[in-house]
Design a protein around this ligand. Sequence first.
Ligand SMILES: Nc1nc2c(c(=O)[nH]1)N(C=O)[C@@H](CNc1ccc(C(=O)N[C@@H](CCC(=O)O)C(=O)O)cc1)CN2
Ligand SMILES: Nc1ncnc2c1ncn2[C@@H]1O[C@H](COP(=O)(O)OP(=O)(O)OP(=O)(O)O)[C@@H](O)[C@H]1O
Length: 196
Amino acid sequence: MTSPAKLKTQLRQHFRQQRRALSPAQQAAAAEGVLQHIEQLPGWPQRRHIAVYLPADGELDTAPIVQLCRLSKRQLYLPRIGAQGLMSFALWAEGLSLSRNRYGIAEPPLSEPSLACDDLDLVFLPLVSWDRRGHRLGMGGGYYDRLLAEAPPSTLLVGLAHSIQEHEGLPSEAWDIPLDYVLTDSELHRCRNRQN
Ligand SMILES: Nc1nc2c(c(=O)[nH]1)N(C=O)[C@@H](CNc1ccc(C(=O)N[C@@H](CCC(=O)O)C(=O)O)cc1)CN2
Ligand SMILES: Nc1ncnc2c1ncn2[C@@H]1O[C@H](COP(=O)(O)OP(=O)(O)OP(=O)(O)O)[C@@H](O)[C@H]1O
């Protein structure tokens, strides 16, 4: 039998390739498309402290969401990799000069404060693949799983994805943190496995 870890590796390869194969026009349409459903998120107008990510490797582009959040004066945070595989969410003030982490992804410098998960109203998570139960396949570092293990139900966990990244029956391991919602270019899907 194939172990969950081995299956995850195979699925990662497949879906990363699918993601990268999207054309710039498809990427742009998907990034704009999510704005049609974002207001259906529960309590959206009141969610003021929001973690996003900067896209890499074909991930859904967050630029339109970032623009919308800046216009409505919300505070944005970005993942910042620390020592020993730990990650935190650091404040991303508009116009801030970013540094590059070991994966070449831009992140706030250490001078910027980080925020406890409890104080975040919403986290948009990048993902490689997702399913309707809220399982999420990430890049394999375990960064989000470790950081969000303690997230209270008030911190809404929303995976951002292209609809083509869906794969029903993703393998799940004990530490995988389920998503509350998946937001794609075609829908907002509620996963119903945590209480909000
Ligand atoms: N946009 C974005 N930012 C993010 C994440 C993410 O998934 N997406 N992360 C979510 O966790 C963290 C970074 N995690 C990552 C984990 C692995 C690789 C990666 O490219 N790995 C290479 C090989 C590793 C290496 O070069 O050492 C690979 O698999 O090809 C990238 C990011 C924090 N920031
Ligand atoms: N809460 C945790 N405590 C300790 N180790 C963990 C925890 N969560 C994940 N890990 C470790 O991280 C490794 C990668 O996990 P997994 O393949 O689920 O990552 P992922 O969800 O794809 O990555 P990411 O969350 O960074 O996007 C696993 O081998 C696991 O040992």
